[in-house]
Structure formats: C-alpha cells, structure tokens
Design a protein around this ligand. Structure first.
Ligand SMILES: NC(=O)c1ccc[n+]([C@@H]2O[C@H](COP(=O)([O-])OP(=O)(O)OC[C@H]3O[C@@H](n4cnc5c(N)ncnc54)[C@H](O)[C@@H]3O)[C@@H](O)[C@H]2O)c1
Length: 339
C-alpha cells in the first residue's frame, strides 16, 4: 500500500512513517518544516529509515497539485500537516487559517481531481466541540468530572467552534465530510484527543504530556494554566497508527466513510495534570515543581472521548496502557536531553 502523508516530519507523521515502512508499506512524506523539531525528525527518518521528507506547503494549491500528480498511485492520503497550537492561532490567525482550513481544502481538491479512489484520513481535533461550557462539570479532589457523560463525549455532540485553531480545524473537518457527501471521496475526520509518544517536540502551548515529561527530565520549574484538575484522555501514538491502518484496510463502500470519529484513549486512559505529576514523581523520580497561572481562554475543563463508534465501524480499540506509553515517552525524552 502507498501512503501520501502531509506533515510527515511532525510528531505523528514521523511515528506513522517509521511504522509503515517497518510493515512493508511505501510512503511519500511532505512537510514545510514550520514546526520546531521537524528538521530533527527529517534527519531521523533519513538516517534510520532512508526516508526522504519533501518540501511542500499545503497553503499553495500549485505545490499540492504537483505533489499529488507525482504520487498519483497513492492508496491513502493521510493529511496531518497543520498549525497545531490554539495560542499560536490567536497570535497569527492568517497562518492558522491558511494552513488548516485552506490547506485542507487544497488537499481535498487535489484528491478529488487526481486521487479520487484514495482513502482520505483527516486529523481533526476534539477542539471542534468548543470549551464545553454548557455541560455540567463537577469537581473532585484531583480532577474535573462530566457526570452526564460517563462513557465520554460522543460524535453527536454539536460542534461549537471557539478560537482560531478550533475554527480552522473545524472548517477543515466539515469540508472533509462534505467531500464524501458531494463528491463521493472516501474521507473520515478523526477528532483526536491528546496523542503522546516519542518524537514530539512539545511546547508549553501544545503537547502537554510530552512537555511535562520534558520538564521533569530536565528538572525545570514550569507553569501550568489553571488549577491542574483539567482532564484529557490520552492515546499513545502507536494506537493511533493502528486506527489509521484499520481505515486504510476498510473497503471503500463501508459506511465508515463520510463520518467523524472521536479517537482517544477513552475513559480508561484519562488523567488530570495533578494526577500525572505524582505518577512521574513516583515512577521516575522527577521533581515536578510548578507554579499556577490563570486558566487558558477556551480551554476544556474535561474532554474524554467516547470511542465506541470507532470500535463499531473500524473494529479499533486502544491497547497501550498509560504506564507503558509513558515509559516509551520518558526514554525518548531522556535521550533527547542527553543529545
Ligand atoms: N498531537 C495531538 O495531540 C493532536 C491532537 C489532535 C489533532 N492533532 C492534529 O494532528 C496533526 C498532526 O499533529 P502533530 O502532533 O504531529 O503535530 P506536529 O506539529 O508535530 O506536525 C504537524 C506538521 O505539519 C507541518 N506543517 C505546518 N504548517 C504546514 C504547511 N503550511 N504545509 C505543510 N506542512 C505544514 C509542521 O512542520 C509539522 O511537521 C495536526 O493536524 C494536528 O492538528 C494532533
């Protein structure tokens, strides 16, 4: 199988590329190296797997069309390229819109014209559901709770776009689904929760698990937004890759296409910040020293994905326990720090 992957030098793209190549698949990897760390991932893929990452900026249709023409034999389009930070989207809304909304439109248009048989996986986000302020949230000793959603948030919750990143990703999500309705493309929009694992060059603004692990490894004092009871469901990147592969194997006539799926670790793999810190302290001896600032505007107090629809349509479920996934991330963070 041949995969065309945008954002191929990003955290998820690098992990996907190495897994696919090890499984015998082929991939064309493209990225504009906007993200700090993308060049390190490019070098890693070249040195370890002899994989080349081509320059491509999805904001420009001519570049996208030329790349699609060069890879017109691809079976799967995995569209990961994106501006990934809510904070950055507020500082530079045009780059955010041009990359996430217009860039996805360019990818869908090129696919419609040049790769109409390909399966198209769009990496959307749980941020399309907004800040969830309308839902009842209660507070326990170490975490916020959504008592009306014990199984997590399902896809039938209306989308509610808040902030640049949410608006641009939500626009792209809706276009991806509409290209199935209108043009019959085999698209899915995966509304991903917090993905974690090695090769994520995280920052204070994005990739919270990797960021806090890095702070622990480097024994640095850091700042958190809010009281630390915010909850997310965590999904190790290797489980996400299995989800992508399940979609690639799904027959084109399947009812899965044209659908959105919430993809995360689900209720079994949820953690708050103040639950993560003692875990890192006791397992790895990290001194998790931090100060607290005001909550971030538009931040969800709790998001836990209900992943039952993905199990039903795609036969997919996560398998990596948090302890196991953290082990891999900690090892990578240590090696990064040592380098
Ligand atoms: N990591 C998560 O927890 C998470 C959660 C939900 C959704 N997502 C989505 O998954 C996708 C991949 O996320 P990631 O964590 O690997 O992020 P990442 O930042 O590591 O990877 C994104 C890649 O896109 C590239 N890029 C940025 N602008 C581009 C442009 N104009 N043209 C081409 N390439 C461009 C960056 O250089 C980067 O390598 C993103 O679209 C993100 O919104 C990620």
């Amino acid at each position: 199988m041949k995969w065309l992957i945008t954002g191929g030098a990003g955290f998820i793209g690098t992990n996907v590329a190495q897994a696919l190549v090890c499984a015998g698949d082929r991939c064309a990897l493209a990225d504009n190296f906007h993200r700090a760390g993308a060049r390190y991932n490019q070098q890693y893929l070249r040195e370890r797997f002899a994989l080349h990452v081509d320059f491509l900026d999805v904001r420009f249709p001519d570049q996208v069309n030329a790349y699609w023409q060069a890879h017109h034999d691809a079976d799967v389009v995995l569209h990961l390229a994106g501006q990934v930070s809510l904070v950055a989207s507020i500082h530079d809304p045009r780059y955010d819109f041009d990359t996430n909304a217009l860039g996805t439109f360019n990818v869908l248009e090129a696919t419609r014209r040049l790769l109409p048989e390909a399966r198209v996986i769009y990496a959307s986000t749980n941020k399309v559901y907004g800040d969830l302020r309308a839902l009842c949230v209660t507070e326990a000793a170490t975490r916020y709770l959504l008592p009306d959603f014990p199984g997590g948030i399902a896809e039938d919750l209306p989308i509610d776009l808040h902030g640049g990143y949410s608006c641009s990703k939500g626009t792209a999500d809706q276009y991806a689904l509409d290209y199935h309705r209108v043009y019959g493309l085999s698209t899915v929009a995966l509304r991903q929760s917090s993905i974690y694992g090695g090769r994520q060059y995280a920052s204070e603004d994005q990739g919270w698990v990797a960021y806090f692990v890095q702070m622990g490894v480097e024994r640095r004092t850091f700042r958190i937004s809010g009281c630390g009871k915010q909850v997310r469901d965590l999904l190790h990147v290797s489980d996400l890759i299995e989800c992508y592969r399940a979609i690639a194997r799904t027959p084109r006539e399947s009812l899965a296409f044209g659908q959105a799926f919430n993809i995360g670790g689900g209720p079994q793999s949820s953690l708050s910040l103040v639950e993560l810190f003692p875990l890192l302290e006791s397992e790895y001896g990290f001194p998790m020293q931090y100060t607290s600032g005001p909550p971030r505007t538009g931040d969800q107090k709790v998001f836990i994905a209900d992943i039952r629809k993905a199990a039903e349509y795609l036969g997919w479920k996560p398998t990596v326990a948090i302890g196991e996934g953290l082990e891999e991330l900690v090892e990578w963070s240590k090696s990064r720090w040592a380098a």
